[in-house]
Ligand binder design. Structure first.
Ligand SMILES: [Zn+2]
Length: 288
């Protein structure tokens, strides 16, 4: 599903292309889409509202309205928000059409049907987002993220991959970028957080920032269904080293990339480069 770089790309596109547009008419084509409020109320509140901006929090795409309400979208694996009519439908994949002034339409399409949306007022939005961890590109995490991760996680026996996917720990990382991040940090996805050394936390922090920044720069990763608002694929798939490279040589050693289910998620790693056990160097701070 779209992760931080993909949602960031869509957000920037929306900011540029639809800010100031008036929502003239709303067609909800899939009743499962709208989780809050009722589908009728959703339509009534959206029609006549003007789009005043767009922002992102973790993997949530937030379309701001001049009414003070926000349209919050959680794009799932097939979720696409398109300003150009989808070429080959099936029409069944269309979940929502926002008819905008100037004879434009914003299509929400998801052939898996899992994308969901809510229309929230400021207080509801705040409550909805309050449990999410720091944004990787926020000043605090950018500067002190290594210490934050160590303090927050170094007493945990859980596997590092599962912890990084927890949006309460850090916002915006999903299954593609996490494998690339752990590869760069030389940490096995099964590595227990309480065995990670200070140096390794620093490397992990740097790998988070580098991989997400590269993803944003390349306008996202299109492994399967991700497209930007103008229906163009991202380019970061050309830069992946480990995700879905199982059976191929590791870019950094003689080994072969493997794939295993870890924490319920398909995981790709190099067993030679990524250490499941701590091996020498600075003694990690192990509690419990
Ligand atoms: Zn390797």
């Amino acid at each position: 599903m779209p992760e931080l770089p993909e949602v960031e790309t869509i957000k920037e596109d929306l900011r540029e292309l639809v800010t100031g547009s008036l929502v003239v008419r709303v067609e909800v084509l899939d009743q499962a889409l709208v989780e809050q409020p009722s589908s009728e109320e959703f339509q009534r509140e959206l029609e006549g509202a003007r789009i005043s901006g767009a922002r992102r929090r973790a993997k949530h795409l937030i379309v701001e309205l001049d009414s003070g309400a926000s349209l919050v979208l959680q794009l799932k694996i097939g979720g696409q928000l398109l300003l150009v009519p989808p070429v080959e439908e099936p029409r069944t994949a269309l979940m929502l059409i926002l008819h905008l002034d100037g004879d434009r339409r914003l299509f929400l399409r998801d052939e898996t049907g899992f994308t969901r949306t809510r229309l929230l007022d400021a207080r509801e939005l705040e409550a909805r987002l309050s449990a999410i961890g720091p944004e990787p590109f926020g000043e605090e995490f950018r500067e002190n993220g290594a210490e934050y991760l160590r303090e927050r996680l170094s007493s945990r026996r859980a596997q590092i991959k599962s912890l990084l996917l927890d949006q309460k720990v850090v916002a915006g990382i999903g299954n593609i970028y996490v494998d690339e991040i752990l590869y760069d940090a030389r940490l096995h996805p099964r590595r227990k957080a309480n065995t990670i050394s200070n140096e390794e936390w620093k490397g992990l922090h740097a790998a988070i920032l580098e991989n997400l920044a590269a993803g944003v720069e390349h306008r996202g990763t299109t492994v399967r269904l991700y497209k930007d608002v103008l229906d163009r694929p991202g380019r970061h798939q050309d830069y992946l080293r480990i995700f879905e490279k199982h059976g191929k040589p590791c870019p950094d050693c003689e080994g072969v990339v493997v794939r295993e289910k870890i924490g319920g998620r398909s995981s790709h790693f190099c067993p030679s480069c990524q250490l499941e056990e701590w091996r020498g160097g600075e003694q990690p701070l192990t509690l419990g």
